[in-house]
Design a protein around this ligand. Sequence first.
Ligand SMILES: [Zn+2]
Ligand SMILES: [Zn+2]
Length: 385
Amino acid sequence: MPKDKRKTIVHRDRVVTIFPYAKGFKPPTIKKCRDAIENTKKEVHFDALAEFFPPIPPPSCEDDWLAMYNEPGQTFREFTEGTPWLSSRKRRYTQQKFVSKGVDIPSKYPDGVICLLPIGDFDSSNMHPKFEVLAAYTKAYIGLPVTILPSVDLEFDEKTSCAYWSGLGKGYSGNVLDEESAELQRNYTKRTKLNARFDRATGTWQLCVDTVLDKLRSILPKNALCLVALTMTDLYCDDTDLFVAGMSAGNRGVAVFSFARYDPALTFSTEFWYEMYYSKAITVKERKKLMLQRSCRLLVHEIGHLLGLDHCIWFQCCMNGSGHLAEDFSQPMSLCPVDLHKLQALCGFDILKRYSELLAFYKKHGFKEEQDWVTSRVTHITKGK
Ligand SMILES: [Zn+2]
Ligand SMILES: [Zn+2]
């Protein structure tokens, strides 16, 4: 994009440079944003006060999400009318128990769980987010049961530049061991070559998402609502990619994501995928906290997608898209009223109970800003009731 397309404006008393939106994208009016919530009963927990839900700022660089994509947005009504999860017919590719009379996921799919799968090393560094913590956050945020599958090892053979999925001996414990489950277990533990690339000079590996997604499809437990694999190994999709944060095969309910680029002490080359440096001065405590916070946010955003939530164009929201890491890191952990309404319709949770569980989590892990936000939000809701 030529430089003359940028404009300087005053936004909230600050002079900022903005870039044009992607061709065809028009930011929604306040009325459209409010209508998208479909808060027909005027419930206080779905109101859209600007102090809690500010509008999305205009793009500040040409790589920003809304400078690149003409996002249509998804209203609450569009979501509920289109989602297969709330249909009276069982979702495609799902083999678990189904109750057509149910009104939300817990009543329609009573055995359903969100499965998280660790791929490769998560324990050797104190900086890596702990899986139990990620699972606890997911459970509080989404309001569905979460289970952690036995971890899978990655083997790297530098001589041949090959990487292998190695689930050997990890004792996969899916459902009852009928023939199909036995097949899942066999696939789970079968050593499988994964597409990967290796840079000999720096000793850096990247896994290609395609073979990982194939593998995940073959091991999806029957009671899984979705399966999210997480890894500390960097990922790519096309040979020309610098990296990708992850990829999902949404209709099959599987996805893989990497936290490799979430360490705030790292600096990356914008040219070569294998060049990353530990260069930034940051305390261990702050580094751990940011790493966890970024990982938690990515995880619930992606599970949101797997459950059918599209990118949000209505308010600043955990479901906003991001064009690059800096934009990703600047976005909130909270859900706007449109997406909170969607998730609540899907998962059937009590809004205040969800907030109190999130508050306990934020307190425990020192997420001060989120803690303050939830506290004020709960005070506002309780007063308005
Ligand atoms: Zn997204
Ligand atoms: Zn939203």
